[in-house]
Write a protein that binds this ligand. Structure first.
Ligand code: MG
Length: 219
C-alpha cells in the first residue's frame, strides 16, 4: 500500500476515528454533467441526446462509444488536471446538507477520490465552499492509472477497514472490484436497481435521502 494511505490509516487509528469514506465525483459534485456538455461542444453529439439521456443510456460519458480516441483523451486529461475548474463544479443538490446529517450519525473520516494530486487544492476549496464535514482527502496515488482507479479504490477501502467501515460511491464497478472478504458496507449512490452482487454488503441508494435512511438503519 502507498505510504500516504498507510499514514492515513495510522492517523485514523491514533485518533480512534471510525467512520465513512465518501467519493467526490458524481457523488457530491455533478462532474458527469460537465464532462458530457464539454464533450458535446468539442466533439459533437452524434445521437442528439440531452445530458440526462446520455446519463440514462451510458451512465458515464466514457461509456459512449463515440467519445473516444486520442483527441478526446487529450482533452479529458487537460480537464482532469485543471485545478481551477475543480473549484467550480456544480454541487449535487442537497448532498452537502445530507452528508452533514450523516456525519452526525456516523462520521465522515475521508473523502476517497480517483482525482489526482494536481487538483487537491481546488477539491479542498470546493468541499469547504459547500460546508462539507472536515475530513482527510485521499487522492489517486501516483502510479495508479485511471482505468485501474476503481480496483485501486477497492483495495484502499479494504485496507482502511475497520477505521473506515463503509463508503458512499456512485460507481457500480467498485462493488464488483471489492473482494468477497470485504466486511464493510458500500452505499451505491444514484443506483435504483438491485445490488450488483449479494455476497458482500452492497446497499443501492437511489438518492442522498435514501443513503441517509440506510445509514440510520445501519447505526
Ligand atoms: Mg464517483
Amino acid at each position: 500500500m502507498h505510504p500516504f494511505i498507510k499514514d492515513l490509516k495510522a492517523k485514523l487509528k491514533k485518533k480512534k476515528l471510525k467512520g465513512l469514506a465518501v467519493d467526490v465525483d458524481d457523488t457530491l459534485a455533478r462532474t458527469g454533467d460537465f464532462w458530457i456538455k464539454g464533450l458535446m461542444e468539442k466533439f459533437g453529439n452524434p445521437e442528439g441526446l440531452s445530458v440526462e439521456e446520455v446519463q440514462q443510456k451510458y451512465r458515464y460519458s466514457y461509456y459512449a462509444p463515440y467519445w473516444s480516441g486520442k483527441e478526446v483523451r487529450a482533452w479529458e486529461k487537460q480537464v482532469r488536471h485543471d485545478d481551477r475548474l475543480h473549484r467550480d463544479f456544480p454541487l449535487i443538490k442537497n448532498a452537502n446538507h445530507i452528508v452533514n446529517q450523516i456525519h452526525q450519525i456516523i462520521p465522515v473520516v475521508v473523502y476517497l477520490t480517483a482525482r489526482s494530486k494536481s487538483v487537491m487544492p481546488g477539491t479542498r476549496v470546493w468541499l469547504k465552499k459547500y460546508g462539507f464535514p472536515q475530513a482527510e482527502v485521499a487522492y489517486r496515488t501516483p502510479g495508479v492509472k485511471l482505468p485501474e482507479s476503481l480496483s485501486w479504490k477497492a483495495k484502499v477501502l479494504e485496507y482502511l477497514y475497520p477505521q473506515v467501515i463503509g463508503m458512499v460511491d456512485d460507481h457500480p464497478q467498485l462493488a464488483k472490484d471489492l473482494s468477497k472478504n470485504y466486511q464493510g458496507v458500500l452505499f451505491l449512490y444514484d443506483y435504483p436497481d438491485q445490488a450488483p452482487r449479494s455476497d458482500i454488503n452492497i446497499v443501492p441508494c437511489k438518492n442522498w435521502q435514501a443513503v441517509l435512511e440506510k445509514v440510520r438503519r445501519l447505526a
